[in-house]
Design a protein. Sequence first.
Length: 417
Amino acid sequence: MEITKHLLMNLSLLLVLLFFTQLIMERQVKEESRKNLELVYFVIAIFTCYIFSVQVQDGISFDLRQVPMILGSLYAGHSFLFAGLTILMRGFLGINDGFWISVLVFTTLAFILKWMQSWFNRLTINQRVGVSIILTVMTSFVLMQMVTVVNQPIRHPEAWLSFILIPALTAGLISYSIETIKQTLIIRQRLAKADKIEAVSHLSAAISHEIRNPLTTVKGFLQLLSEQDYPDEKKKEFIHIAVEELNRAEEVINDYLTFARPAFEKVEEIDIEKELNQVLNVLNPLANLNGVEVKKKYTSGLTISGDRSKFQQAFINLIKNALEAMPNGGELTVQTFPTGSVVHILVKDTGIGMTNEQITRLGEPYYTTKGQQGTGLGMMVTFSIIRAMKGKVEIKSQVGKGATFHMRFNHFENKPD
Ligand code: ADP
Ligand code: MG
């Protein structure tokens, strides 16, 4: 079983390497660096086959080299590079019968794979996995036949197992894993895009509501000033109102910029009344649209520690859900109060509510009941921010009655350095 053991070890190493490649790949933003990483994976994979190669008879060695050669050519392109590397790797094992067989088989294979590549890319996932396996089995078979002709028939008892079955298994596992990794990346990108589109439509809604009004007012005053000569007193008053309105528009823009800007990890003193008011300002257009009455029951002067813009992000997501749960109007209550060193924040709505199952699934990535409109990422972000701030969330809800989110944070403390 020596050969089988070697090949299985090689197989596990290839999978472990693939796993780490995936971890690194997830951090790459550029498509190009992902492609390069894929290439590097297959190059390394070919050389691990060299490490695990076993000599079965004079001049003939068994290993999994055909797998990275075939999959590399199909998935990463560059079939001639992979053929060259495979032949080079075989050269390290000695220039003998097996080497010349490799030269012949892999050069021919490189041409075939090059020719197949664009067809391969158009197949479905299952078909691609299938084609990878079939090609591997066929290549292994041709290699065995060539050995029989050039050298001597392979009489090793494990030959079939180790030279046909294990490579086929390896090809299947690796190609299936690559497909899964790619699929996950695509889904993630799509979701990120959906989130951005939502942010953009939200922004335009706010601009039309909250920026057009001040602008219209300012325009009106400027027209008045230009048409008639008012006394100085009156002029000053007009200009004062116009400036106030412009300030308000500026504030709205600033609110949005806070969310658009990538946030620093800062720990500062957060005045929760101020931040919650800012969040409610931003969401005001949505509240008006849904006919929701907003009630604020604050205890003033409560502060906690954390990153301001992250705190806002967490409550934007939370309160937006509450507003979306009341499409036909209702009441949103935002309440804050202290007990001992704990600061409580309650967000209560009178919306559609949730079942217990829904509550337990909250925060699960991509969990949404809003179909195309939802991303199912909002609560995940909210929970992770609250967790990072060492806060706790308790949720109570009844279907048709509404939902209450009860958050607990520690009061801000000035830590001595
Ligand atoms: P999304 O809003 O994109 O669906 P979220 O992660 O923000 O994603 O919310 C996940 C799900 O949790 C929502 O689809 C909804 O079913 C449920 N949910 C969250 N908040 C409330 C709420 N206040 N009332 C009713 N359902 C809610
Ligand atoms: Mg949401």
